[in-house]
Design a protein around this ligand. Structure first.
Ligand code: ACO
Length: 431
C-alpha cells in the first residue's frame, strides 16, 4: 500500500477535511477514512460494503470489469490448467509457488493430518440422519477446538501453522463423513497414498464391501473444482472469518463461522439452488418463462448461478467450469444430459436478453459446478460442503494474514440509528 500524497477533500458544515488516498498495486484508489470520526464526528454509511475496503491484503485480486482473478498475481485459468489444488494452497498460504522440495514437504504434512480424532465420530452420530451435511460440518469443525487444544493459541505462530494444516487436511474427511452419515454408510478412513482429490472421492464413494476405483479424469475434475473455489478475496464468508477472528477467537471457531455464512443461497448455497432450479426448469421450452420470472420485480425468483457483486463482464472460473462439465460428461458418456442442455440454453438466452446485458449479469462459478458434481454422483446437499472444503484454504490464508498484521484490531462497524430516541419505561398496565 503506497501513500500517494493524494488527498480527497470533504466539506462538511463549512469545515474542510483532507483525507489521505491510498494506492493499491492493482484496483481503484482507496480513501482512508480511519480518522474521519475523530476529526469530523461523522460516520460513513455503506451497508453491504459496496464501496468499502475492510482490510488490506496481498493474497487475491479480482478485476471485475476484465473478468480477472489472480492468486498472488497468478491468473486462475493458468492455475486451473497447469497447477493443482495443493500447490495453489501453498501459494495462497505462503505467497509464492513452491519448489519441488517445498511442495513435497507440504503434501506430506497435509497427508499426515487427514485422520480426525476417533472420538469425533460421536459428534457425527449425534446428528439426525436427515441433517443437511452443512449443519453437521459447521458443528464438527466448531467442535475441533475441543479436540486440538495444542493448536488454538493464535499468538503462537507454530500453533497457527499446525491449525492451518489440520483444517486443510481434515476437511475432506469431515465432509465425506457428513455425507456417509447422511446415507447410512460406514465412515471410510483416509488413505495417504492417494492424492487429495482422489482420497476425497474414495472416502465419499468406497464402501467396506467394495473398493472404489478412482478415475483419474474425475479426480482431475474434482481437483479443478477445489482449485477454482480456493479463495475469492473479501467475500461474505471470508469477511465473516476475519470478523470472528478479530476478537481473538480460535481458528476452528472462525472457520466454523465462515462455513455457516457460506451456506446461504446468495453465496455458497447457490450451487445447490442452481442445480435445483435447472432441474425444475426441466426442458428447454420452459426457459423463457423462468427468464421472465427472473426479470419480474414482483417475483422474488432470481436466476441462480447468475450475477456477482464484483464480476461485471464474466466470471473466469465459470469458463473453466463449463469446459470441465463438457469433459466430465463426455467421459461418463452422458453428453445429452438434459440439465446441461437446459443450462447451456439458459445461458445463451439470458446473455442475449437486454435485462441481463444492462445489469451485467453473467453465469458465475456455480452455474456449471453442480452439473459436474451431479455427474460424479454427489447429491445436491453435498455441493455446498465441497465449496466449503475448497474455500477452507482461502479462509485460513486470510486469517493468517490478518493475525500477522501487528495493527489488526477488533472489527466493530458503526450504524445509522433510525430507532426511537430515549423514552421512559411504561408499566404493563398502562400500555
Ligand atoms: N437474477 C435476476 N436478477 C438479478 C440476479 C439474478 N441472478 N442477480 C442480480 N439481479 C438484479 C437485481 O434484481 C438487481 O436489479 P435492480 O438493480 O433492478 O434492483 C441488480 O441485478 C443488482 O443485483 P444486486 O442483488 O443488487 O447485486 P449484488 O451485487 O448485491 O448481488 C448476487 C450479487 C447476490 C450474487 C446476486 O447476483 C444473486 O443473488 N445471484 C443469484 C445467487 C448466486 O448465484 N449467488 C452466487 C454468487 S457467487 C458465489 O458465492 C460463488
Amino acid at each position: 500500500m503506497k501513500d500517494t500524497l493524494k488527498t480527497a477533500t470533504l466539506t462538511l458544515n463549512g469545515q474542510t477535511y483532507e483525507l489521505p488516498v491510498l494506492s493499491p498495486t492493482a484496483g481503484p484508489d482507496v480513501i482512508d477514512i480511519r480518522k474521519l470520526y475523530a476529526q469530523a464526528g461523522v460516520f460513513t454509511y455503506d451497508p453491504g460494503f459496496t464501496s468499502t475496503a475492510s482490510c488490506d491484503s496481498t493474497i487475491t485480486f479480482i478485476d471485475g470489469d476484465k473478468g480477472e482473478l489472480l492468486h498472488r498475481g497468478y491468473p486462475i485459468d493458468q492455475l486451473a490448467e497447469k497447477s493443482h489444488y495443493l500447490e495453489v494452497c501453498y501459494l495462497l498460504l505462503y505467497g509464492e509457488l513452491p519448489t519441488a522440495a517445498q511442495l513435497e514437504d507440504f503434501e506430506t504434512r497435509v497427508t499426515r493430518h487427514t485422520m480426525v480424532h476417533e472420538q469425533m465420530q460421536n459428534f457425527f452420530r449425534g446428528f439426525r440422519r436427515d441433517a443437511h451435511p452443512m449443519a453437521i460440518i459447521v458443528g464438527v469443525v466448531g467442535a475441533m477446538s475441543a479436540f486440538y487444544h495444542d493448536s488454538t493459541d493464535i499468538n503462537d505462530p507454530w500453533q497457527r501453522e499446525v491449525a492451518s494444516i489440520r483444517m486443510i487436511a481434515k476437511m475432506p474427511t469431515i465432509c465425506a463423513w457428513a455425507y456417509k452419515y447422511s446415507i447410512g454408510q460406514p465412515f471410510v478412513y483416509p488413505r495417504n497414498d492417494l492424492d487429495y482429490a482422489s482420497n476425497f472421492l474414495r472416502m465419499c464413494f468406497a464402501v467396506p464391501a467394495e473398493e472404489y476405483e478412482v478415475n483419474p479424469i474425475l479426480a482431475r475434475a474434482m481437483d479443478r473444482i477445489f482449485t477454482l473455489h480456493a479463495d475469492h478475496e473479501q467475500n461474505a464468508s471470508t469477511s465473516t472469518v476475519r470478523l470472528a477472528s478479530s476478537s481473538g477467537a480460535n481458528p476452528f471457531a472462525c472457520i466454523a463461522a465462515g462455513i455457516a455464512c457460506l451456506w446461504g443461497p446468495a453465496h455458497g448455497g447457490a450451487n445447490q439452488a442452481c442445480l435445483e432450479m435447472l432441474r425444475e426448469i426441466g426442458t428447454v421450452d420452459r426457459i423463457p418463462e423462468y427468464i421472465e420470472r427472473a426479470k419480474d420485480k414482483n417475483d422474488p425468483f432470481r436466476l441462480m448461478g447468475f450475477g456477482h457483486r464484483v464480476y461485471k463482464n464474466f466470471d473466469p472460473r465459470a469458463k473453466v467450469m463449463k469446459q470441465s462439465a463438457d469433459e466430465v460428461l463426455e467421459l461418463l458418456g452422458i453428453e445429452d444430459n438434459p440439465t446441461l442442455q437446459v443450462a447451456k440454453e439458459l445461458e445463451k438466452q439470458a446473455l442475449s436478453d437486454p435485462y441481463f446485458i444492462e445489469k451485467k449479469l453473467f453465469p458465475n462459478v456455480d452455474f456449471y459446478s453442480g452439473i459436474i458434481l451431479e455427474a460424479m454422483g454427489f447429491p445436491t446437499s453435498m455441493f455446498t460442503p465441497i465449496f466449503a472444503l475448497s474455500r477452507t484454504v482461502g479462509w485460513i490464508s486470510q486469517w493468517k494474514e490478518q493475525l500477522s498484521d501487528p495493527a489488526h484490531k477488533i472489527g466493530r462497524p458503526r450504524q445509522l440509528y433510525l430507532g426511537e430516541t430515549r423514552r421512559d419505561y411504561v408499566d404493563i398496565e398502562n400500555r
